[in-house]
Design a protein around this ligand. Structure first.
Ligand code: ADP
Ligand code: MG
Length: 611
């Protein structure tokens, strides 16, 4: 019998490869746009007809190609971007497999025109089904233009499986967006059936996002920025109040490459958790730079997953960066911070910066300015927060020196007080035994006493349970308390965490616990009641939320023992409440995301008193 194995002809091999690389018009758009960026274009035009089924054209003003390179570019595994296997670990370009053009040319009618700045004439190549039809000099601008016509003309199965124009167009817009966001220094236009869909000038990231998603994004976004020696994070996140019920715009880029990462998504979502109602999603546009050595992008060409070393640290850094940004900017526009016309970080230029008086720090406490008595609150908290944010780093500790609080001088500074007579106690009063009202320079602030107290207690409980040393006071007479079997088992399971909050409970016979100590915040007489309510709240939380045991218990406790509406507060209690609230990591909402305070701005007041 004769041998039967043969090598496939190139055209067939290319067509098979094309099946992997080019799945739909949007994949060709992505490959061509990425090639243009790799060619250092500063302006890229995308022209589409019939959702890419008839025409996909990408015109760039990049470096162009020589005649030989132009011809070579359509060969499989032909690339200018890597030469040896080692280069795979230092990839800075989008492409490196040398497969895209060969694949596209195998399944479409392609016309390419290209010219380098140093060449007088350009070169035109027409290639159809991997077969060169024409190759000749031509006059063409510097850069490269690819026209891809009749995609999948020779792969009917593929062509028939394409979705409606509107669906395919949506895919193209998505690919376009993923390329356009991180490359904001490149100008893009996008026409579909002679209609201009996007016109994006080279610009800052923020304006680029607004250019793509609409101008109202300008005010919806707050910056995130963090530099560490593992990863540099920059970008923007949506303010919680603009979160959407459906998944919002959520984009991660690593070294300008769009990636999907449920893991990192979780980091962001966790940072938001207490600020968002359940089941809502904030938008984010986060760019991370990581040493290419630390990541593995040598995976399937169309996959957007990425593997990287030290994923855990990236997670922690990302989460803390988002958290901090939220804490810092959440309410900033409604406080007294000047809004800039430029979209840069909102640095307050409205008063001269005099070093010692305005010692801004990112965890500012607007109430402690002016020699207020609890001056140490903010300072103390800085380090505490720090410990908390990074408590996840045990080994493998990244260099966090750049995180020193002193560094963040760009922090917005509140205009709390104006003059020296602010040295005296702040003025506040209680309204309906329910709200604490105080004046601030820009107007007044109304604080919900229960929500605020819940926030304060919650953060305290979280901290103590993490350190495993909640302050406990011993009861004079231990109390015993009998539970249902279910609850008894649950408490047994949680006993370590419960004791970490400051309780001292121990098993005491069948279905019974003895309480010998309670957290200091609790009045001794209520021990039994509180423990019951704690478990009740814990179970309720279980039904709707995915919280850690610690967090769930801390929430439940905070809700239980917080001061309730109807409780009259003394002047000192109100002051302490305000101080402690603003010493919190996230002062603006209670643990369930309900606001703790609202403001009435002076200009709003003035507006209301206009005739
Ligand atoms: P890869 O991008 O993985 O190298 P491609 O098949 O996409 O593979 O492209 C092959 C080669 O063709 C590239 O390495 C590059 O040298 C050249 N090339 C492709 N597109 C352009 C372009 N728009 N401008 C200049 N050169 C290009
Ligand atoms: Mg490429």
């Amino acid at each position: 019998m004769a041998d039967i194995i043969q090598l496939l002809p190139d055209s067939v091999a290319n067509q098979i490869a094309a099946g992997e690389v080019i799945q739909r018009p949007a994949s060709a758009v992505k490959e061509l746009m990425e090639n243009a960026i790799d060619a250092k274009a500063t302006s890229i035009k995308l022209i589409i007809k019939d959702a890419g089924k008839t025409l996909i054209q990408v015109i760039d003003n990049g470096i162009g190609m020589s005649e030989t390179d132009a011809r070579m570019s359509f060969e499989r595994h032909a690339t200018s971007k890597i030469r040896k296997a080692d280069d795979l670990f230092a990839i800075k370009s989008f492409g490196f497999r040398g497969e895209a053009l060969a694949s596209i040319a195998a399944i479409a009618h392609v016309e390419m025109k290209t010219r380098r700045a140093t060449d007088e004439t350009g070169i035109k190549i027409i290639i159809e089904g991997s077969e060169i039809k024409e190759q000749e000099p031509c006059s063409t601008p510097i850069g490269t233009s690819f026209s891809v016509k009749n995609l999948f003309y020779n792969v009917p199965a593929r062509r028939n499986f394409l979705k409606s124009d509107s669906v395919e167009l949506r895919h193209i817009i998505e690919e376009f967006t993923r390329v356009a966001i991180p490359n904001s220094d490149i100008a893009f236009t996008f026409h579909h059936n002679n209609q201009e869909l996007f016109h994006l000038e080279a610009n800052q990231l923020r304006q680029r996002i607004a250019g793509i998603f609409g101008n109202n994004y300008n005010e919806r976004l707050v910056p995130v920025e963090e530099e560490t020696n593992i990863v540099n994070v920059k970008g923007f996140i949506g303010k919680p109040e603009h979160a959407k019920r459906t998944r919002g715009e959520q984009y991660f880029f690593i070294n300008n490459r769009f990636i999907k990462s449920p893991y990192l998504h979780h980091a962001v979502q966790t940072a938001y958790r207490e600020l968002l109602p359940e089941e809502s999603f904030a938008s984010y546009f986060i760019l991370m730079d990581i040493d290419p050595k630390m990541i593995d992008i040598n995976i399937h060409p169309t996959k957007t997953e990425i593997k990287f070393e030290d994923e855990k640290s990236v997670y922690m850094i990302l989460r803390s960066a988002v958290k901090r940004s939220l804490g810092k900017f959440h309410l900033s526009p409604s406080l007294d911070f000047e809004r800039e016309n430029s979209f840069d970080l909102p640095v307050n230029h409205s008063r001269p910066i005099v070093a010692p008086e305005i010692k801004v720090d990112r965890n500012f406490n607007p109430f402690t300015q002016g020699g207020f008595k609890e001056k140490s609150v903010t300072e103390k908290r800085n380090t505490e927060n720090w410990d908390k944010l990074y408590s996840g780093f045990t080994k493998n500790e990244p260099d966090l020196s750049s995180h020193e609080p002193e560094r963040t001088q760009h922090t917005i500074s509140p205009q709390w007080s104006d003059s020296e007579d602010e040295q005296k106690e702040r003025e506040c009063f209680q309204l309906h035994n329910r709200y604490v009202v105080s004046s601030i320079k820009s107007g007044l602030v109304v604080i919900d006493q229960q929500a605020a107290h819940e926030r304060i207690l919650f953060e305290r409980f979280i901290k103590t349970s993490q350190n495993n040393k909640g302050y406990s006071q011993q009861l004079l007479f231990p109390e015993t308390i009998e539970f249902t079997t279910d609850d008894f088992e649950l408490i047994k399971e949680l006993s370590e965490e419960i004791n970490a909050l400051g309780f001292d409970i121990n098993e005491f016979g069948k279905n019974t616990f003895a309480i010998s100590g309670v957290p200091v915040v609790i009045e001794q007489s209520g021990a039994k009641n509180i423990l019951e309510k704690l478990i009740q709240g814990y179970k309720e939380n279980l039904q709707e939320l995915k919280l850690s045991k610690h967090e769930n218990l801390a929430r439940s406790m905070a809700k239980n023992v917080s001061i309730k509406p109807g409780k009259k507060l003394s002047q000192q209690e109100m002051n302490t409440l305000i101080d402690e609230l603003f010493a919190c990591e996230i002062p603006y909402t209670n643990p369930a995301g309900k606001p703790t305070l609202t403001m009435l701005q002076q200009d709003e007041l003035e507006r209301r008193f206009k005739k």
